[in-house]
Design a protein around this ligand. Structure first.
Ligand SMILES: *Cc1c(COP(=O)(O)O)cnc(C)c1O
Length: 414
């Protein structure tokens, strides 16, 4: 169980959800009206205009020749993926289930890539038939792909996911460097590329993803520099120049007091410099970044309703019909070492009123089910809407919805 963070009850500032008549709005709709429209609480709501704005900001500040891919695991809601498919240059996914959603958008399969350890033979077969790029995570996977390609009479498009010999520093979650279940260790790449050439697969390039939730421009750029240098080095062993190098992403968003948003201008200038240098060695290789959280995280809210209130030995509790079964990350149990509060508001009491300190909990019969510890909030009543911000990524699909048998929440894109 994550420890309780006893620091001040405040949070990173939230913009993007204007207040009207004392109520939070999303997509121009008041929270109470949206709740009526959805028909029941709890629910997730995502704002399509905020998603579009975020991608537009990236287009503005990042190099024009940098390709932007959406990593679907952050939010695989079909309507979100559909919306995103019109804004980005490709989709990255990690299961046959996600692949089905991606293909339904009509995105060109050559712009879809499939990564992830432990792909089954069935998944590989589907991916080959669909014509998506497979980011291979092992030698055995490569042999399976070659055999399936032959059986189907289709030349599979493949990239190699590389486990680099460096890490993404200051990252919330590391997924590269050292020993990993992801990718193939960089020192094994010469052998793998030799075998790939023998097997006659269509070599698309490299995929090097190092980590997630990083708010330091310096460490992101340092990793990107090493990643591009590694790709240049490895391409010397490849049967053809890579068509694409996917340098991962890892851009974070601010959740907690003291977190500052990334400066896209700094990242853009740095990346532009690095890409110019990279293109001296590999002029025809496209550089791709793949982002999930940064593209959708700040556009979503999770809304639950207060169903009970109590005071227990000096602590106030607001008990909602939501909880960690819908939003594991906000409860602090999705890989966090210390539990910290996500930004929270009472969505129908955005102006005026006295504030008091309260704990917001869910309806599950476990002490892990906490959505806000000791937060200063307007005096909430039964029927009020509790809104958790920064909930557009790693929300519903990253939560144990079956735990305790309550209904699953709805999702809406407005
Ligand atoms: C999870 C994941 C991403 C997305 O990471 P974010 O931090 O959400 O941007 C991208 N690529 C791969 C390979 C991943 O596993």
């Amino acid at each position: 169980m994550a420890k309780m963070d006893k620091k001040k009850p405040e949070h990173a500032p939230i913009t993007g959800f204007p207040v009207r008549d004392g109520e939070l709005t999303i997509g121009g709709i008041k929270i109470s009206q949206l709740a009526n429209r959805v028909g029941s609480t709890p629910f997730y709501a995502y704002d399509r205009a905020l998603i579009s704005d975020r991608v537009a900001q990236m287009r503005k500040y990042l190099p024009a020749n940098l390709k932007l891919h959406y990593a679907m695991k952050a939010n695989p809601m079909p309507a979100v993926v559909q919306h995103m498919s019109r804004l980005v240059d490709g989709l990255d996914l990690a299961s046959a289930g996600e692949m089905a959603i991606a293909l339904d958008t009509g995105m060109d399969p050559a712009l879809i890539s499939f990564a992830g350890p432990g792909k089954t033979v069935e998944e590989l077969s589907q991916a080959i038939a669909a014509g998506v790029v497979i980011n291979m995570e092992s030698f055995l996977e490569m042999e399976n792909i070659a055999r399936l390609s032959q059986e189907q009479g289709v030349k599979a498009k493949v990239a190699i996911r590389v486990n680099p010999d460096f890490e993404l520093k200051s990252s919330g979650m590391k997924m590269g460097g050292g020993a990993q279940q992801f990718g193939v260790d960089s020192e094994k790449l010469p052998d793998m590329l030799k075998r790939l050439a023998e097997l006659g697969l269509d070599f698309i390039g490299f995929h090097i993803f190092s980590g997630s939730q990083n708010l330091k421009e310096d460490s992101l750029l340092e990793t990107q520099e090493k990643t591009l240098a590694l790709a240049v080095e490895l391409s010397k062993y490849a049967p053809n120049a890579p068509k694409k190098v996917n340098i991962g992403g890892g851009f974070g968003i601010p959740y907690f007091p003291g977190d500052t948003p990334l400066d896209l201008k700094i990242l853009g200038e740095g990346l532009s410099r690095l890409m110019t240098k990279f293109h001296q060695d590999l002029p025809d290789t496209e550089v791709v970044i793949e982002l999930g959280r940064f593209m959708v995280g700040e556009s979503g809210i999770y809304v639950s309703k207060i169903v009970d209130k109590k005071t227990s030995r000096g602590e106030n509790y607001l008990i909602t019909d939501g909880g960690m079964h819908h939003h594991l990350a906000a409860s602090g149990n999705f890989g966090q070492l210390i539990r910290k509060n996500y930004p929270v508001a009472i969505g129908n009491r955005m102006t005026g009123g006295t504030k008091e300190q309260a704990n917001i909990v869910g309806c599950l019969c476990t002490p892990l089910d906490r959505l806000g510890d000791r937060m200063m909030l307007p005096d909430g009543e039964v029927g009020d809407y509790v809104v958790l911000f920064q909930s557009g990524a790693y929300g519903l699909s990253a939560s144990p919805t079956a735990f305790l048998g309550h209904p699953a929440p709805k999702e809406v894109l407005v």
